[in-house]
Design a protein around this ligand. Structure first.
Ligand SMILES: [Zn+2]
Length: 259
């Protein structure tokens, strides 16, 4: 390894050799290669994270390019996982990238997550988040929730057995939940959220993140709210162990999380 490559993060007092070493030995799954997901994978790769699994079912479209800056014009029409794979390998050849072309569902979540240390949710819908949540709570695996829409975004670390889980505060799927395709998104929002998500990964492995807070970032005008979310003693998932989003209803060829 070229030691100079990571010297600027190595020199950070809050990071240091031990956390950098853990980061470089880390295995992460990024679910969704939209604005936030594509930028998070770049940060993971540029910092030498050992293994990155990328999961996405979509193809690069021209309307993605204004915010999903891992892709460029020649990628339009390609599978996102293929275009991202090429980009990440070019960024850092020491990083192992696993491509998973398809929908994250209850049929593959457990297998995919079993082989990684941290799961990062960069999806655009609540159903996928509840599948990720139930799989991670069942496996006792930390994950990071993130979202970006219009001019705002959110993120929260979820540490099963320690912090509140996603179902503690959001355990239903609204019928009219909007997507970026419907209401748009300012390009800077996924950029900011992806940066904080990467910081959260580093803080998790440094032992400085306890998952207590959900962060809500508004960019118009700029503001950050920190919301304390305690564990819900009646939570279906992390308290009662009812993992209903891992049932067969949420998998298979007919399953579409936005449907
Ligand atoms: Zn819970």
């Amino acid at each position: 390894m070229n030691r100079d490559r990571y010297s600027r993060i190595d020199k950070l007092k809050l990071v240091g050799h031990e956390t950098l070493s853990k980061l470089r030995d880390l295995s992460v799954a990024v679910i969704g290669l939209g604005g936030t997901g594509s930028l998070v994978t770049e940060l993971l790769a540029s910092n030498g994270v050992k293994h990155i699994s990328i999961v996405d079912r979509d193809y690069v479209e021209e309307s993605n390019l204004h915010r999903q800056i891992i892709f460029d014009e020649k990628d339009v029409g390609k599978r996102k996982v293929d275009a991202a794979y090429s980009r990440l390998q070019a960024m850092n050849s020491s990083v192992e990238v696993k491509k998973v072309f398809g929908t994250l569902d209850s049929g593959n979540a457990i297998d995919l997550f079993s082989e990684v240390d941290i799961v990062i949710d960069c999806t655009d819908n609540i159903t996928s988040r509840l599948i990720i949540n139930d799989a991670c709570v069942k496996l006792q695996k930390p994950w990071i929730f993130s979202s970006a829409l219009e001019t705002y975004g959110q993120f929260k670390a979820i540490i099963p057995g320690k912090s509140s889980c996603f179902a503690c505060f959001n355990d239903s799927v609204p019928e009219d939940f909007p997507t970026c395709a419907q209401v748009g998104v300012l390009s800077s929002v996924p950029s900011v959220i992806s940066g904080f998500v990467f910081s959260t990964v580093v803080r998790l492995i440094a032992g400085d993140e306890n998952g207590d807070y959900l962060y809500h970032l508004e960019s118009w005008p700029p503001a950050i709210d920190r919301i304390l979310i305690r564990r819900n003693p009646g939570c279906r998932s992390c308290s009662k162990g009812d993992f209903k989003y891992l049932s067969s209803k949420y998998s298979g060829l007919d399953f579409h999380p936005l449907a």
